[in-house]
Design a protein around this ligand. Structure first.
Ligand SMILES: Cc1ncc(COP(=O)(O)O)c(C=O)c1O
Length: 389
């Protein structure tokens, strides 16, 4: 069998586009001044940095001063949650969901240890948070609601518009981790009642280690660490100028003709899903329609996701294991458990996350090799009983 390279792990990270790299290089080579310096070099870099901020803000339907540059999604989430808790001064209640990324979930667990009670909302079998449960969880001292825009494992989109309105009605801050959405779906912050939004450049063909936190005008937050006065003191430290320039260029590129691109990606996704579901005992995880255009997450009964992953890897296909046994633990992912999968089904999960580099040929290739891999692995599975013909 021919072997080729197919990258289907864009949910983990994406390749940096050539145009993005080109835009970044002058900021390593020539324009290396510190944007806080008063000399001409520094001032020139400051202008470029502010242009990048304006561009990002415009694409997101925000104002430039509402964009705070950070080192990525993890830091943005930490600043939003810890910064508001710090600003509050006293202990208060937090609402989040049980399927957040660890960069929200573990921060909430930490804040819980510090005395802030946290409600971890359940999700339905598709991974959706019911806005009614958000309403019901609100307590007199609830100060922030943090619900992700889309789940990184199963791709399910959350009703953040409704949740944002509920939060606003109750005068509670609303944060959304939109790391998986920015760059994949159009987003207009002027139409959503959101106070904080996290994004990360490496998920939309930008560089790693750079991101942003949208902080709505008028919302006050304390820094979580102290230093210089950069980024309105919300995120002190010399800005990652080449990274920010790259992020702005990447967002610009990905946002041009986005509706058409997401539609094309959704078509590839749906072809892959329907091909995979033709295999015996395969389950689609996540919402059938309300999901990220590039996300496919399926469980293959009677086999371990890791074994499929390794076989795919041998054939040049990069995907990721849905069970994501982080830190060497054998527990299945908290997301797959939260949507009700039993251990065996959760352990047979694979996430294929598509990006703009993928083509119909890539889908054909995966659909050609995966039935053979599954068949081979099921033959040695102690639990698999082939159906009688
Ligand atoms: C939903 C979500 N939030 C946060 C992060 C963390 O982002 P970063 O890698 O930029 O810290 C990720 C990355 O996988 C993610 O998918």
């Amino acid at each position: 069998m021919k072997s080729r390279q197919v990258y289907m792990d864009h949910g983990a990270t994406t390749p940096v586009r050539e145009e993005v790299l080109e835009a970044m290089l002058p900021f390593y080579r020539e324009h290396y001044g510190n944007p806080s310096s008063l000399h001409a070099q520094g001032r020139a870099v400051r202008r470029e940095l502010e242009t990048a901020r304006e561009k990002i803000a415009e694409i997101l339907g925000a104002e430039a001063k509402e964009i705070i540059f950070t080192s990525g999604g993890t830091e943005s989430n930490n600043i939003a949650l810890r910064g508001t808790a710090k600003k509050k001064g006293t202990k208060g209640h937090i609402i989040t969901s049980s399927i957040e990324h660890h960069a929200v979930l573990d921060v909430c667990r930490d804040l819980e240890k510090e005395g802030h009670p946290v409600t971890y909302l359940p999700v339905d079998k598709y991974g959706r948070v019911d806005p009614q449960t958000v309403k019901e969880a609100i307590q007199p001292d609830t100060f922030i609601i943090s619900i992700m825009a889309a789940n990184n494992e199963i791709g399910t989109l959350q009703p953040i518009k409704e949740i944002g309105s509920i939060a606003a009605e109750h005068k509670i801050l609303f944060h959304t981790d939109a790391v998986q959405v920015v760059g994949q779906l159009p987003l207009d912050l002027s139409k959503i009642k959101v106070d904080f939004l996290s994004l990360s450049a490496h998920k939309f063909n930008g560089p790693k280690g750079v991101g942003a936190l949208y902080v709505r005008k008028g919302v006050r937050i304390n820094p979580i660490y102290i230093g210089g006065g950069q980024e309105r003191k919300i995120r002190p430290g010399t800005e990652n100028v080449p990274g920010i320039i790259g992020m702005s260029r990447a967002l610009e590129l990905t946002s041009t003709g986005m509706e058409e691109k997401s539609e094309k990606l959704s078509q590839l996704r749906d072809r892959l899903i329907s091909g995979l579901l033709k295999i015996d005992e395969v389950i689609l995880n996540g919402h059938p329609e309300e999901r990220l255009p590039g996300n496919v997450n399926v469980s293959f009964e009677h086999i371990e996701g890791e074994s499929i992953l390794l076989s795919l890897d041998l054939q040049g296909v990069a995907a990721s294991s849905g069970s994501a046994c982080s830190s060497g633990s054998l527990d299945p992912s908290h997301v797959l458990s939260a949507i009700g999968l039993d251990h065996h089904t959760a352990h047979g999960s694979i996430r294929f996350s598509l990006g703009y580099g993928n083509s119909n040929n890539d889908i054909d290739y995966v659909l050609e090799i995966i039935p053979l891999i599954v068949d081979k692995l099921r033959r040695i599975s102690p639990t698999y009983k082939p159906k009688a013909i």
